[in-house]
Ligand binder design. Structure first.
Ligand code: NAD
Length: 354
């Protein structure tokens, strides 16, 4: 048996592939077109693993995707491929519509054709697992209950609107064509191998470089933080036990303001990497103009996945953050490759890609 992972060179996809090959040994085909967010250096440790196969293509490339499906006959597809950064979606929404909406549509069509060629248990056991976000539910007031799977869709940014659209397509391909789909909606992930445009790695690396630690607006926006290893375990659980047509919210149970998060990073760094002069990292915190349309609060109610599938996060925010900071301290080659852009040269050297 084989599974396909799209977007496997990104943050969550690369963590998922590493965990998957470490735990199950079932072969993985990683399909990624290597945007700025795709970094094969994150997967260098499994480059020669017999169960790992990389193909550089766009999820919207129907010819190649259809050929790969016929060639490898996967039992499941996990769709991580997306444009994922809210700020980028504000400045240039087109690529978000292209990949998240049209790309998902195109992929669903290829998968539907392939699935229709299957028979018996190959057909009934097949799964298309779509990875999505809690941002599709919009913003919560402080007193409102956390998002459940039946919360209304109220996306506010071009990113969340494009993800919401993709969730609707996935749902419709189940109800209309019977495709056995699963959708997961999770909170903000953090952990190793995250591109440093996102809050936690940005703050860790800016802190170490003596640069300002930017906080949007008053810093009191609340997010529900999920350690990426916990997310990957939840995805494997949903793939294994989830009911086709259902969606599952995945939360870490860690509602934190952005200011809390930045201060927690400063606390850990003050302890494990104190500055020579004894000056605290907290002094680098700098408030900057808020993001337009910035959602105030996201929070996940994770009761369904806990009760129905028995999944619970293993990390607290404190343990997950310590692991994350330690990873960035221990992996300066990866960090430098991303910061000076040489991760793209590395890919050209190893894979002949540009
Ligand atoms: P990422 O930006 O780090 O990685 C995305 C990957 O997809 C990259 O490797 C990129 O090259 C690839 N990709 C982009 N467009 C593609 C296309 N057209 N064809 C093939 N590959 C393409 O993103 P991430 O943080 O790893 O997020 C993965 C998924 O999880 C996304 O669908 C995202 O919406 C969702 N998600 C992320 C978070 C989070 O906090 N990071 C939270 C909730 C949901």
């Amino acid at each position: 048996m084989t599974i396909f992972v799209t977007g496997g060179a990104g943050f969550i996809g690369s963590n998922f592939i590493l965990d998957w090959l470490g735990q199950s040994g079932e072969p993985v085909v990683n399909i990624d077109n290597l945007t700025y967010a795709g970094n094969l250096q994150s997967l260098s440790s499994i480059e020669n693993h017999p169960g790992y196969h990389f193909v550089q293509t766009d999820i919207a490339n129907q010819n190649t995707i259809s050929q790969l499906l016929i060639q490898h006959r996967p039992r499941a597809i996990i769709n991580f491929a997306a444009e994922s950064h809210v700020d980028r979606s504000i400045h240039g929404p087109a690529s978000f519509i292209q990949t998240n909406v049209l790309g998902t549509f195109s992929l669903l069509e290829c998968v539907r054709d392939y699935w229709n060629t299957l028979a018996g248990t190959d057909k009934s056991n097949f799964r298309f697992l779509h990875i999505s976000t809690d941002e599709v539910y919009g913003s919560l007031l402080p007193e409102e209950p956390a998002f459940t799977e039946s919360s209304c869709y109220r996306p506010n940014s071009p990113y969340s609107a494009s993800k919401a659209a993709s969730d609707h397509l996935v749902r419709a391909w189940h109800h209309t064509y019977g495709l056995p789909v699963l959708t997961t909606n999770c909170g903000n992930n953090y952990g190793p191998r995250q591109f440093p445009e996102k809050l936690i790695p940005l703050v860790i690396l800016n802190a170490l470089a003596g640069m300002p630690l930017p906080i949007y607006g008053d810093g009191l926006q609340i997010r529900d933080w999920l350690y990426v290893g916990d997310h990957c375990a939840a995805i494997a659980t949903v793939l294994d036990k989830g009911i086709p047509g259902q969606t599952y919210n995945i939360g870490g149970g860690n509602e934190k303001t952005n200011l809390d998060v930045v201060q927690a990073i400063c606390d850990v760094l003050d302890e494990i990497r104190p500055r020579a002069g004894g000056q605290s990292y907290h002094r680098q915190i700098a408030f900057v103009a808020d993001r337009p349309g910035h959602d105030r609060r996201y929070a996940i109610n994770g009761t369904k996945i806990a009760q129905e599938l028995g999944w619970h996060p293993q990390e607290t925010f404190t343990t997950g953050l310590q692991k994350t900071i330690q990873w960035y301290l221990n992996n300066s080659d990866w960090v430098q490759g991303v910061q000076n852009g040489s991760y793209r040269d590395w890919m050209a050297l190893h894979y002949g890609h540009h």
